[in-house]
Unconditional design. Sequence first.
Length: 150
Amino acid sequence: MQSLLSPEEFKNAGLEKLTPDELGALEAALLKHHALPKAKKGKSTVAPAAASSGSPKKADDDFGAEQLSRPKSEDTPSELHSRIEGALQEFSGRAVFVLENGQIWQQRIPQAYYFPHKLVNPEVIITKGLGGYKMAIVAADAVVFVKRIQ
């Protein structure tokens, strides 16, 4: 929401009064009425604009860095494409997800998820949203609100 509204519109709508969990719940409700971002073909962990940087440091290392008390660099991508390491069929509470790029993210809003089929190394797309970060599990068409913990 904050990326869609100007600061004045956000305030006029009264959204600044909501807690991060309330903003997350609002965003989750809005997601039910909109499609998930489409997954790109092939393995891509860095957005194209960031990949062209001459820096030896991978740009996706900075994605979510402000949650680790590290400043983000100017070439931080707007979304992160990666995969969860291992198999996934269900999780709940404050589940922890280790990505193939070494980042560790944790479920922010306690909610139970169950998938009818085991997902092995499922592709995920993490984007910054209204109340924080959300992780789309592409194969399951599911969205989980997360925070980066490492």
